[in-house]
Design a protein around this ligand. Structure first.
Ligand code: DGY
Length: 421
């Protein structure tokens, strides 16, 4: 056990680039948004100053309109594609032009509470500054990504989900042309087996979207009009709701009544909208393709993430848990990100089936919230055991337990520290 803790600390130190943590060397050589939020929670278990620093450095990339981009390019590196020259954004520190799941508010509450407990100096001022950044970001989500006020936020790029090549996007992404103005010169397949990565065709569509939005000057209103890919998504919305609750909690504890009320209004709206995405016949939640107007029924982990921000009634939670057991019972490592044995399931290919420690972390929180301690503990043990056996891999093949993708991975180290605390 001590050996694994030491290795987790060593990985976080090795991936430190000066107050921020790269997900792993070479494959991901910059600061990634939701990675850093998970990493900050890992740091909160042993180094509160460094935990705050991780979030502070991420907010250096925040745009004037409130968006926190999915990548902040603090320093140059030639080991990653697409770099700043492809994104063509205009922020002082180069950044990408899209966002990622808003785990930030959850991380801020965890760091703030750890700081309060430890009586850390300056904690209140640091929390307050980060809270303002988080609130600005949540306002952006509701304005830019839910202009019709539905309560569900939309993604304009699969990378925004963090689950890049999930089968959830297969139908919607097929409508995006494979033509690009930018030469697609992949670097990822030079670091990791191509069989574990998205396909070339996916990359051409990913970059087509980047070109389209760069041509809109990254204006959210123009992007909303022009995009061929628009999905109101339940994983991101579930995270937004939980993070919104956490920011509301912080606002109350700092005596910010107006801000707490504003967040409560967002949260109420989203709470109702998410509940309406439950499909009893599937025993899970579904996203909506806003271009076709259809439900996205592909069976992925996203269907269970809303448990994180909802308190489901008995019948719903029992059905969701029964379905989750069906997916994970025969797996060496839970939780598969695509339902095993369906046609689109690929247990080694990135987001098309593998088990990810940070997804398990979100599911564990959702299960505990919904009074399912047994399933939560089974998932926690599955995660911790997989890491102790195979190391701090990016993700795991659920059928064999093999560690896959990048190695020495920061968020897997953070998940280990958090789930073993
Ligand atoms: C990648 O490059 O693989 C990332 O997931 C995009 O953020």
């Amino acid at each position: 056990m001590t050996k694994h803790f030491d290795e987790a600390y060593r990985i976080l130190a090795a991936n430190d680039r000066g107050g921020y943590t790269v997900p792993t060397d070479r494959l991901y050589p910059f600061q990634w948004n939701w990675d850093s939020a998970f990493v900050a929670m890992g740091f909160a278990t042993f180094d509160i100053d460094r935990a705050y620093r991780e979030l502070e450095r991420l907010t250096e990339g925040q745009w004037a309109d409130g968006m926190i981009p999915h990548i902040v390019f603090h320093q140059p590196s030639d080991t990653y594609f697409p770099g700043p020259d492809v994104w063509r954004t205009s922020h002082t520190i180069p950044t990408s032009g899209i966002t990622q799941p808003p785990v930030f508010g959850m991380a801020l509450r965890a760091v703030h509470e750890a700081a309060e407990k430890a009586g850390t100096k300056n904690a209140k001022a640091r929390t307050l500054a980060l809270f303002q950044a988080g609130l600005k970001w949540h306002r952006w989500w509701y304005k830019a990504r839910d202009p019709d006020g539905t309560g569900l936020v939309a993604l304009l790029h699969p990378w925004e989900s963090g689950s890049d090549n999930s089968p959830a996007w297969d139908i919607a992404l097929a409508r995006v042309p494979t033509t690009t103005d930018t030469a697609v010169v992949r670097k990822d397949t030079g670091h990791v087996d191509a069989a574990m990565r998205p396909r070339d065709e996916d990359y051409r569509r990913f970059i087509h979207l980047v070109d389209t939005y760069a041509a809109c000057g990254w204006d959210p209103v123009k992007q909303w009009e022009k995009t061929p890919f628009k999905v109101a998504e339940v994983q991101t919305t579930g995270i937004l709701l939980k993070a919104g609750e956490d920011l509301e909690h912080i606002a109350k504890s700092l005596g910010l009544e107006a801000e707490a009320q504003e967040l409560a209004n967002y949260n109420d709206l989203t709470h109702k909208a998410l509940l309406a995405q439950w499909r009893p016949e599937l025993s899970r939640f579904v996203s909506r393709d806003l271009i076709s107007g259809e439900d996205i029924e592909a069976p992925t982990q996203a269907g269970f993430i809303p448990l994180l921000g909802l308190d489901l009634g008995g019948g719903m939670v029992d059905a969701a848990v029964a379905e989750m057991k069906l997916w994970s019972n025969d797996m060496k490592v839970a939780f598969p990100t695509t339902k095993p044995f369906v046609e689109s399931w690929e247990p080694k290919r990135y987001w098309r089936g593998p088990a990810w420690a940070i997804i398990n972390w979100l599911l564990i929180d959702g299960l505990n919230r919904n009074s399912q301690p047994e399933m939560a503990e089974a998932l926690r043990l599955s995660t911790v055991n997989a890491i102790e056996k195979e190391g701090f891999a990016e993700y795991f093949d659920p059928t064999t337990g093999e560690g896959c993708g990048g190695l020495g991975f920061s968020w897997t180290a953070a998940a280990y520290l958090w789930l073993s605390r």
